[in-house]
Design a protein around this ligand. Structure first.
Ligand code: NAD
Length: 291
């Protein structure tokens, strides 16, 4: 049976570590870290994500502010709010939950965030610093995956890692992080995307697969070699005839892929929970950096 890369267990361990550090800061009269989250509109998934971030802040004793704006908020109104938070010394880090409504240019908003408070790590300065191996805020999902590989002591050096998906927030940073001269890292990385040919053949050569394409159960057993490590980033909400009205599916067909794997992360209960806790880890970094 494969090792299950248990994001729930790991995130609880890390939450406890953060809680202790915050308690120590309190005892030593240091600033309590403060995360702000800005949400524009009422998208169901985004609201769930932001609520879970705020809930986790409270659980570890971190200060939090949830700024919930109407879907009709204009780009200039949002920019003004971003500038205000940049100036607010009490807020150490903040996120603007993506996606934003169509009438707002996401790049303009991301570029307006002070890189020293950009705990989502989406600002070009943080992405550039990460690429150069300089201290930076690394976006929460790739950072969470790296932490997961590290804590489960998954050997990465010299391994062939296939990353499926090249988005700015997951696939691309993931491919950079795993190819760096670090541990975890030192992989030979192949990054695949919607125009990749022979994806199955490429996946069959992978020691590690990171599936981040957003297509439910796309990776099937015939694409995975025996003994591979599979990290499933996908989160798709599919309509279902249950109490919630939906089920969450990953990008990997877990039941048939898992038996072939040395280790695999489930969905739910894997990378998603690591993402939220990574945001808190970044906020801890921000309070150190900014105070
Ligand atoms: P995206 O839509 O921005 O990017 C998807 C990428 O997959 C693109 O680069 C595209 O080229 C590639 N792709 C699409 N179809 C493909 C195919 N048939 N073959 C190969 N590549 C293909 O998505 P994203 O923001 O990177 O998110 C990907 C998935 O991860 C989504 O399900 C999203 O919900 C999930 N996600 C999860 C977390 C988490 O915390 N677990 C965080 C962010 C995103």
């Amino acid at each position: 049976m494969p090792v299950i890369l248990d994001g729930k267990k790991l995130s609880q361990e890390i939450q406890l570590e953060i809680k202790h550090t915050i308690e120590e800061r309190r005892i030593n009269g240091k600033k309590i870290p403060h995360l702000a989250a800005v949400l524009v509109g009422n998208d169901g998934a985004s609201t769930t994500y932001v609520n879970s971030k705020i809930r986790l802040c409270k659980a570890v004793g971190m200060q939090s502010t949830f700024i919930h704006l109407d879907a009709s908020t204009t780009e200039s109104e949002l920019l003004k709010i971003v500038h205000d938070i940049n100036q607010n010394d009490d807020i150490d880090g903040f996120i603007v939950q993506l996606p934003l409504p169509k009438h707002i240019n996401e790049t303009n908003i991301i570029e307006a965030i002070n890189p020293k408070k950009d705990v989502d790590g989406f600002h070009p300065i943080n992405l550039g610093r990460m690429q150069l191996g300089l201290p930076a805020f690394i976006s929460a999902t790739p950072a969470g995956i790296v932490t997961m590989l590290e804590r489960y002591q998954i050997e990465t050096a010299g391994k062939h890692c296939v990353v499926i998906g090249r988005s700015n927030i997951v696939g691309t940073p993931m491919s950079i992080l795993l190819s760096r001269n670090t541990n975890p890292g030192n992989c030979t990385v192949t990054i695949c995307h919607s125009r990749t040919k022979n994806l199955k053949d490429i996946c069959l050569q992978a020691d590690i697969i990171v599936a981040a394409l957003g297509k439910p159960e796309f990776v099937t057993a015939d694409m995975v070699k025996e003994g591979a490590v599979v990290v499933d980033v996908g989160i798709s909400r599919l309509d279902a005839d249950n109490e919630k009205g939906y089920v969450i599916k990953g990008d990997v067909k877990f039941d048939e892929v898992a038996p072939k794997c040395a280790a695999i992360s489930p969905v739910p209960g894997g990378v998603g929970l690591m993402t939220v806790v990574s945001l808190l880890m970044n906020t801890m970094k921000a309070v150190e950096l900014n105070n």
